[in-house]
Each structure stands twice: as structure tokens, then as C-alpha cells.
Write a protein that binds this ligand. Sequence first.
Ligand SMILES: [Zn+2]
Length: 160
Amino acid sequence: MQERFAADRNLGKLVKWLRILGYDTLSERGDADRDFLRRAAEDGRIVLTRNRDLARRVQPASLVFVAADRVETQLGEVLNALNIAPDPARRMSRCLHCNVPLDAVTKAAVEGLVPAYVSGTQPRFRRCPCCGKIFWPGTHPRRAEEYLRTRVPALRSPLS
Ligand SMILES: [Zn+2]
């Protein structure tokens, strides 16, 4: 089963990137506290935190302490710590804002909702059932892919 995460409020950019990669990732509004840890544990989520004290108190198997400041390095830290590689097929399958899986929608369904040049060139669309935002392969993945490949060490090697 794919890993699921719960991140503290200091890791907003990392949350977005994990969702781009397809990971179910909750963002905690406050600092990581006892309640947050309990909910994450009940939910089977791995806690991501910048709180070093918290990291000392929790079993390493269910928590990753994120030390880096830059998001691409943070992403590398998490993937390396857990020894996981994202499944390329899952990329862009989840809303960046709502963290819910996107629905596949037809080109006809998005007619008038996306720019004409987009509906003319893109074959596949996905829509968030929660916020209604429409995503397509060109939304940002090309730059995202390049960014990930060049900046995140864990993604440089071919996925096994
Ligand atoms: Zn959404």
C-alpha cells in the first residue's frame, strides 16, 4: 500500500509536492502536538515534522524529521528516509489543494472551462470532485518532472 503522510504546518510546500507525486498527505494547521500524532497514528500516516523534540519522542518508523529548508531537499530527505520511490503513474492524480483523488473527465465536459488552446491539444483531463479545479497533463508536470529529476537525488536513478 502506498505511504500516507501527515505534515506539520511548517511544511506547506512539501505537502504540495507530495500531492503532485500522488501521496495522500494531510497538512496540519497547527504545530505537531499530541492530538496530531494520535490522529496520524490512527490513520496509519507517517508524520513529517520540523520539530526535533517531537522527532525524539516518536518511533522512527512512523515519523520523518525534516531538516532541510529547500523543498526539493526536503522531498529527497523523506523519500530516502523511507526508501521509497513515487509511482510515476500516480503523479497528478490528486488535487494539490484538497488532497482528494481527481476524477477523469472527458474533453467535452471541460469545454469552455479551460482555455481553447488547452482543450484543442490535451487529450486527458481530471477534475477535483471537491473544489472543481481542472487539471491536465500540461498543467505543470513537465516542469515539475524536470525539477524533480534534477533536484531530488532519490528520483535520479531509474525506478525499480
Ligand atoms: Zn480540489
